[in-house]
Design a protein around this ligand. Structure first.
Ligand code: CO8
Length: 258
């Protein structure tokens, strides 16, 4: 595991917790942090779940680093945006689950990072928003696309055009987060869900994630055909045999990912 300056990576069993660790700037994402996150996520592909969170009690990630962006040329901004797109696409392509533990502000690039994850859990003090128009730009790490897919056009446009933040309860009400928890319960809850996913068939979880991600943009019939093919392919795995044998024998399954 590489040595990182702006993030920490902790591995417990088959779960990796990746923490953005720049609390003095509310964990803002500069290009080095984006590169470190990309490397850490890539190195976590063999885990059963990853949890992304922010250091301290104030912020998950308060956005892309505005002091780094301020002097950028359009070309540099394009490259910077690309770093965010590579990271968020990588999270979606990971064969394991990605859970965002939003422990405070998730703004701009921070919310864009969270909505690329498979699930989002928020602490009661969380505030989520895409304030980019207040800076004279649009979201640049996929926010205009992924937020719409989660909460629908009306709510997404309201958030993006006004730049206003929503609190955790509102985020839950509009379907932007899975659940809202007291701060001290946030990481334990995310770890509990990650641990549960880790007991399930890893090939099945990886396939299910891919079916949801890829199928979302496909016509229903084509997506359902993919589902049927995946279902059939999994029948040829040791894990499928073990899972069904364990059920019949009334014992927990021992999955090996084969
Ligand atoms: N970038 C850099 N530094 C930041 C950021 C940020 N996004 N957010 C906070 N900080 C720093 C502050 O400058 C401050 O530093 P210092 O102590 O040295 O002055 C420190 O963190 C603490 O922040 P505040 O004093 O402002 O704390 P407050 O409690 O008063 O306010 C807020 C908290 C409301 C979160 C406030 O800090 C804020 O509005 N931050 C900016 C939020 C924002 O606009 N985020 C979106 C950025 S744009 C973006 O993410 C685009 C992504 C796509 C990029 C595409 C590539 C081109």
């Amino acid at each position: 595991m590489a040595n990182f300056e702006n993030i920490t990576v902790e591995r417990e069993g088959s779960i990796a917790t990746i923490t953005v660790n720049r609390p003095k700037s509310l964990n803002a994402l500069n290009s080095q942090t984006l590169r470190e996150l990309t490397q850490a996520v890539r190195e976590s592909a063999d885990q059963r779940a990853i949890i992304l969170t922010g250091a301290g009690d104030r912020a998950f990630v308060a956005g892309a680093d505005i002091s780094e962006m301020a002097p950028m040329s359009p070309w540099a901004a394009r490259e910077f945006s690309e770093l965010g797109h590579v990271l968020t696409a990588l999270i979606e392509d990971l064969p394991c689950a990605a859970i965002a533990a939003v422990n405070g502000y998730a703004l701009g690039g921070g919310l864009e990072l969270a909505v690329a994850c498979d699930m989002i859990f928020a602490s009661e003090n969380a505030k989520l928003g895409l304030p980019e128009v207040s800076l004279g730009v649009t979201p640049g790490f996929g926010g205009t696309q992924r937020l719409v897919r989660l909460v629908g056009k009306l709510k997404a446009k309201e958030m993006i055009f006004t730049g206003d933040m929503v609190d955790a309860k509102t985020a839950y009400d509009i379907g932007l987060v899975n659940a809202v928890l007291p701060r001290e319960q946030l990481l334990p809850k995310c770890k509990e869900i990650a641990a549960k996913i880790a007991t399930r068939g890893p090939l099945a979880v990886a396939r299910a994630k891919r079916l949801v991600e890829r199928g979302y943009d496909m016509p229903l019939r084509a997506a359902n055909r993919q589902e049927a093919e995946s279902f059939a392919l999994l029948f040829d795995t040791e894990d499928r045999r073990e899972g069904m044998r364990a059920f019949v024998e009334k014992r927990p399954p021992k999955f090996t990912g084969k």
